[in-house]
Design a protein around this ligand. Structure first.
Ligand SMILES: *Cc1c(COP(=O)(O)O)cnc(C)c1O
Length: 372
């Protein structure tokens, strides 16, 4: 490697401090990624901290990925034409209603960029997905967090009441990460009636494939009847493509076009595009895996209830233990049993429904810890 300065020369002192960075960066909450599983002595470790799909990729998807790898010297299709068409067909809308991105977190940041100027407000529940306040702050907008109720559910009435002149977006996360609860059909309609039509309501449905509650809303029906609603979905969870980063919005044409304007050009790689198309084609096979995870969720929830635990009903691929100040002790007990779980300060602990062995171990830890 050649350089105009000698490699041994120290960097001019103080130089980094002269670069002016945005003050917003200093106020950002840290996004805590799930730790890698560290195998203990004689114990397989399981990472059940990131809501990933525990099944390995489908052979048919791996084949498509290998085939696409041969053309990575070329840029991906910037218009994401084939994947957009495949998603549109799968959800029953026109291609103009779909906007894609590097995971739905990226799509969310396109949404905020397309709607918020400095100081504008984004209302969302809390606790909810920890990316929300980060994405909002990075766009120079203000988060307006609205506390969950005692059952760890969204308080949609309070969220509607939190809307001001400055509100541009309200995010409804259903099922809610990290508590697993869904909003109900009727309360969502009442909420949408109360939100002004110029405010964009984002229904974040990252876990929709795991929902079995008949009271849960049909987001696509809601979307069809409401011009200010957007549905946000991902290939990271049920589809098992977390490592490839693909998510999408179903939006009305003007909003969808704005999301394409604010998206990173060529953001979704050719491998991600082709793997997502192949996954949509293989949905039947993936659905059986989702059903197996839902069956495991029921088994775990039932066993925890028998142990005496009172937990919110999860409609996602994880369970929430609202442990308060016992959260740290529970995390330690899980780690001693080879389970890497996700702690949310002194609010609680989220554990992903993973391999059967991991779920069994969670039940053992929970029994020994003592129900509360
Ligand atoms: C996991 C998750 C996402 C999806 O993130 P990707 O960027 O698509 O991987 C979005 N919203 C919520 C609430 C999530 O939990």
């Amino acid at each position: 490697m050649t350089s105009t300065t000698s490699g041994t020369e120290p960097a001019p002192s103080g130089e980094p401090e002269q670069v002016r960075l945005r003050a917003a960066l200093g106020r950002l909450p840290a996004y805590v990624p799930g730790k890698a599983a560290a195998p203990g002595p004689g114990l397989t470790a399981y990472k059940v901290s990131s809501n990933e799909n525990p099944f390995p990729p489908l052979a048919s998807v791996l084949e498509v990925i290998a085939a696409t790898a041969g053309s990575i010297n070329r840029y991906p299709d910037m218009a994401v034409r084939d994947l957009t068409a495949a998603i549109a067909t799968a959800v029953g809308v026109a291609p103009e209603n779909i906007a894609t991105g590097n995971g739905s977190v990226a799509v969310l940041s396109h949404i905020i960029m397309a709607t918020c100027d400095a100081g504008d407000e984004v209302v969302h529940a809390w606790r909810s997905f920890e990316a929300y306040p980060i994405v909002v702050a990075l766009a120079g907008a203000e988060s307006v967090p609205v506390g969950l109720d005692l059952d760890a559910r969204h308080r949609l009435d309070a969220m509607a009441a939190a809307v001001t002149e400055r509100t541009k977006v309200v995010i409804v996360c259903s099922p809610n990460n990290p508590t697993g609860t869904t909003v109900r059909r009727g309360e969502l309609e009442t909420f949408l009636d109360a939100v002004p039509p110029h405010v964009l309501v984002v229904l974040d449905e990252a876990y929709v494939e795991f929902v079995t509650d008949p009271e849960a809303p049909d987001a696509m029906a809601v979307w069809r009847s409401r011009p200010n609603v957007l549905v946000l979905r991902t290939f990271s969870k049920a589809y098992g493509l977390a490592g490839l980063r693909v998510g999408y919005a179903v939006a009305h044409p003007r909003v969808a076009a704005a999301l394409r304007q604010t998206a990173t050009p060529f953001g979704v790689s050719s491998i991600a595009q082709s793997a997502a198309i192949a996954s949509l084609s293989a949905f039947g096979e993936l659905e059986r895996r989702v059903e197996a995870l839902v069956a495991e969720r029921s088994r775990v929830a039932g066993a925890l209830e028998e142990q005496g635990w009172k937990l919110p009903e999860s409609q996602a691929n994880f369970v929430w233990f609202p442990l308060g100040t016992d959260s740290g002790a529970f995390v330690e007990a899980c780690e001693a049993a080879g389970l890497v779980v996700r702690r949310y300060g002194d609010d609680g602990v989220r554990v992903t429904i993973g391999e059967t062995e991991a779920n069994d171990r969670l039940l053992e830890v929970a029994a020994a810890f003592g129900a509360r």
